[in-house]
Ligand binder design. Structure first.
Ligand code: ADP
Ligand code: MG
Length: 477
């Protein structure tokens, strides 16, 4: 691409951003690239099929108009998927022949259906058929959309709105995020909406419940029935996959996953880390998990926290009309309780209890006193071992595969030790896990590296500074 084209492309993006706003732009267009402009066609690419299809059905006119404002001769926009990272299962038609993703109105009708149905029978039926309990508050209705979760929310709605016989768009849908950022909320919302609004059977299971179900079935010698029942589900929703442990369990889970996906059933998964970091799962399962749509939800921004609080207060007022929280107090909580959705809930519950039990009005003074201990410093960013390896390799001018290799020349040994040291100090991974991620090394090797660097830092101020800079870089990246 010429620099002229590059420049023009930046201007087109600028226009688009001005038109749709920062939030929408970063959710949908941040990863859209220009491939080239040929005659009257601007060829653009995005990393996933889902983005492609969403942009095509919702924004293609806008994108074209922004182009034409910069370059009159462009008459057409062509959108392609950049890599083959998301592979369609073999026997299924290609994406181009699949229906467009559901537009919002369809999804909204779904919410209507969900509201009309009383939640209790849905949850009871769900539990009776072996699912984990569903919380009636965790629906799409109560899920607040913000910058950090737009894409994930849209994907979740899409999954919930699909009907039996529709083609499955991305499978599995894999959602990862830190604690309290809304994974369970979204998964349960999918289950509620799907079970209430459609002809499919959705089952929500925590990984623990999955394991428990299987172990019980084995004990009662009806493992086959258990498997059959699982495979009869249209949409299997598994929460907290990081808790799936044990070789047998993994094998069982792997079979279930493969059987469902191959049969064109939808699988939705949530975990606290990306598939590549599910250390206990074997490579085949991880690659299967990564082969659908993997989406991450970031920390709740202040605006989002504010909206969540407002919604919660409104819901609480339905049962306790005297509960009034001034906006200044809501902003204060949104600003100071930065940790996660659970702490927000905790803060409000305290104020609610106080208001109910004492009838005291909720003032700023009361709020400050009540939520003091929930105010924690911002949770440090989750650092991934892959990022550490990438950043360290770049810093020392070696390749990532050098770091993982068995080469013992000085120019790779030191960077490798630094990377292992950073992995130990910046992540919660155990020594054996780290060893495995560094080309299958023994945990004693990792320990040696960590000790070595600790010693060096004590004696070498410039190395200490260098490592400090690397740490800061990784935590901010
Ligand atoms: P996770 O499963 O990721 O640990 P949860 O789904 O349990 O997190 O969310 C923690 C709390 O925060 C729940 O009460 C949930 O309803 C609330 N929460 C998180 N994100 C949102 C959101 N976007 N809108 C409304 N509530 C949210
Ligand atoms: Mg959860």
């Amino acid at each position: 691409m010429t620099s002229l084209e590059q420049e023009r492309w930046s201007r087109v993006k600028g226009r688009l951003k001005a038109e749709v706003g920062e939030d929408i732009f970063s959710s949908w267009f941040a990863r859209m690239d220009l491939e080239c402009v040929e005659k009257d066609t601007a060829r653009l690419s995005v990393p996933t099929r889902f983005l492609k299809s969403w942009i095509q059905s919702h924004y293609s006119d806008r994108v074209l108009r922004c182009w034409q404002a910069e370059e009159r001769c462009v008459q057409r926009i062509e959108l392609t998927v950049r890599t083959a990272a998301i592979k369609a299962p073999p026997a299924r038609p290609r994406m181009e022949e699949q229906p467009e993703p559901a537009r919002e109105p369809k999804a909204d009708r779904l919410n209507g259906a969900e509201l009309r149905l009383s939640p209790a029978p849905v949850s009871a039926a769900h539990e009776a058929s072996g699912g984990s309990p569903l919380d009636p508050r965790l629906t799409f209705e109560t899920f607040v959309i913000g910058r950090s979760n737009t894409l994930t929310h849209a994907a979740a709605k899409q999954v919930a709105a699909t009907r039996r016989g529709d083609l499955v768009m991305f499978n599995p849908l894999y959602i990862h995020a830190g604690v309290g950022l809304g994974k369970t909320h979204l998964l349960q919302a999918i289950t509620w909406a799907g079970n209430a609004g459609g002809d499919r059977k959705l089952q929500y299971l925590t990984a623990e419940k999955f394991m428990y179900g299987f172990v019980t079935a084995l004990k009662n010698q009806n493992a086959i029935a258990f498997k059959e029942a699982l495979r009869g589900i249209d949409v299997l929703v598994i929460d907290d996959l990081q808790f799936l442990t044990g070789k047998n369990m993994q094998a069982e889970f792997c079979h279930t996953l493969n059987a469902l996906i191959d049969a064109g059933r939808q699988v939705v998964i949530a975990a606290d880390r990306p598939p590549s970091e599910l250390e206990t799962l074997d490579d085949r399962v991880r690659s299967r998990l990564a082969g659908g749509l993997v989406v991450e939800m970031g920390p709740l921004g202040e605006e989002l926290r504010f909206e969540i609080l407002k919604n919660r207060i409104a819901a609480a007022r339905a049962h306790h009309p005297g509960f009034e929280v001034p906006d200044t107090v809501v902003s204060y909580i949104a600003k100071s309780v930065t940790h996660n959705g659970r702490d927000l809930e905790g803060a409000l519950n305290r104020l609610l209890a106080l208001s109910k039990l004492t009838g005291q009005p909720i003032t700023m003074e009361v709020a400050e006193r009540e939520v003091r201990d929930l105010i924690r410093p911002q949770e440090p960013k989750r650092v991934k071992i892959e990022d550490i390896q990438r950043v360290v390799a770049r810093q020392y001018n070696v390749s990532r595969s050098d770091l993982l290799s068995s080469r013992r020349t000085a120019n790779v040994v030191r960077p490798r030790q630094v990377a292992m040291y950073l992995a130990k100090t910046l992540t919660l991974r155990s020594l054996p896990e780290i060893g495995r991620r560094f080309g299958g090394r023994d945990h004693t090797t990792v320990l040696h590296a960590v000790r070595k660097i600790e010693n060096l830092i004590g004696n070498d101020a410039s190395l200490a500074d260098e490592i400090d800079a690397l740490k800061r870089h990784l935590q901010q990246e």
